[in-house]
Design a protein around this ligand. Structure first.
Ligand code: FAD
Length: 386
């Protein structure tokens, strides 16, 4: 039996972020993943400024592109272009991002082991034991379920049952296939309760569809081809792949003293755009910080975790409320979003590294350009990426 302070199931953004902080604080940590890295994970690889801020290190070597321009469309019809004073998104290839973050984490002293899958999890007052499908045992003081939207840790511990998950589908088009390289684009309404995206990345385009209500929307290869045909005039897309996105984290009420869910396993992605990397990192760091705090505080890790997760849950809650209204009233909401003052306020807020909740606060104060008070200039942006 192998013994650690913390066992983390899943080496994606949430697991790596938690492992990085724990290893840095001197805890013995192992990341268990059913895949060897580098591995493929369906994802458009877009990191907002707030996600870049969250990371403990620069990911400059693997950023393929950054953008200060965002095209927002209504269906495949009219489009408006919004520009921001600083970059709004850094585009990466997800396989490269996760490999890079895992390497940084292993450099801190965490270890990695490929496992066959999880058979069972046993909790006692002071330990947790995880048994893999081929009967390896891992014993730890704390176990983190960072194993994504299909979380096995969540299912085995019954810590949380999300009533609904969002879904996204993506594919790749090499630039040489295109007559014109499109801008960074979100076309709202091409899918029911969702949008289509075009993310240009150095030598290829990542194209995809997102819906927050897969029970209402039809989302498959043929819909993606139709979208590509309408926007790009071609429908030859490589590596088309879909995956659920864990949402509903605002309803997660951690109960177990020694098992915490983070990232998509805990439904931490936001439901408006399906952005998940930021909250995955933030919730992973919250779990790490709760465990680290037990060294110096009498408060239990569970109590600290509940407290530290509140901002992520509040943002998930706000995004869900806004998503519900936004997609329901799209014909009215779209013009508001894509024009002055709401569009620029939101875009400049995101470029400044604000969450949607923080953007909303700025908007209710009618602060048109939060970048004026919280600037993230190009120079500063380059420093993050330096
Ligand atoms: C098509 C698509 C596009 C997206 N685009 C973006 C985007 O541009 N920007 C953004 O912010 N978010 C995006 N998302 C959401 C984002 O991918 C997720 O929110 C994010 O990956 C969640 O990170 P995580 O660490 O919680 O889980 P994951 O990244 O899913 O990592 C889970 C890890 O656990 C491992 N695992 C799973 N089960 C087990 C098991 N039983 N045993 C051991 N290991 C296991 C997996 O192999 C994986 O390595 C997108 C999602 C999809 C589907």
């Amino acid at each position: 039996m192998s013994s650690y302070d913390v066992v983390i199931v899943g080496g994606g953004p949430s697991g790596a972020a938690a492992a990085y902080d724990l290893a840095n604080a001197g805890f013995s940590v192992v990341i268990l993943d059913k895949k060897n890295f580098p591995r493929f994970k369906p994802c458009a690889g877009g990191l907002t400024t707030k996600a870049l801020h969250r990371l403990r290190y620069s990911i400059a070597p693997i950023i393929r592109n950054t953008t200060q321009t965002m095209v927002v469309g209504y269906g495949t019809g009219r489009q408006n272009t919004l520009t921001t004073q600083a970059p709004i998104c850094a585009l990466t290839v997800r396989t490269e991002l996760d490999q890079f973050c895992l390497e940084k984490t292993l450099q801190q002293g965490a270890t990695f082991e490929k496992i066959s899958g999880i058979k069972s999890i046993h909790q006692s007052t002071d330990r947790v034991t995880l048994i893999t499908k081929n009967d390896q045992s891992f014993e730890c003081k704390y176990l983190l379920g960072a194993d994504g939207a299909h979380s096995q840790v969540r299912k085995l511990t019954q810590e949380f049952s999300p009533d609904r998950t969002a879904v996204a589908l993506e594919g790749i088009i090499p630039f040489e296939r295109l007559n014109k390289i499109p801008e960074f684009t979100f076309d709202f309404g091409v899918v029911k309760k969702g949008y289509g995206w075009l993310f240009p990345k150095h030598d290829h385009l990542n194209i995809g569809l997102y819906t927050r209500r897969p029970d209402e929307a039809s989302l498959g290869k043929s819909e993606l081809k139709l979208y590509a045909q309408a926007r790009l005039g071609i429908d030859n897309i490589d590596h088309v792949c879909g995956f659920p996105i864990g949402t509903g984290g605002e309803f997660y009420r951690p109960k177990a003293e020694r098992v915490f869910l983070v990232g998509d396993a805990a439904g931490m992605s936001e439901a408006l755009l399906g952005e998940g990397i930021h909250n995955a990192i933030k919730s992973g760091q919250a779990a790490a910080s709760a465990i680290i705090s037990t060294k110096t505080s009498n408060r239990s890790a569970l109590e600290s975790f509940k407290n530290d997760c509140k901002p992520v849950m509040e943002d998930a809650h706000n995004c869900r409320k806004i998503a519900r209204v936004f997609y329901k009233t799209l014909p009215l909401a779209f013009p508001a979003l894509s024009r002055y003052p709401i569009g620029p306020m939101a875009m400049n807020g995101f470029a400044a590294g604000l969450t949607l909740t923080e953007c909303k606060r700025h908007m209710t104060r009618f602060n048109i350009s939060p970048t004026v008070t919280e600037p993230l200039s190009l120079t500063e942006y380059k420093q993050i990426s330096a």
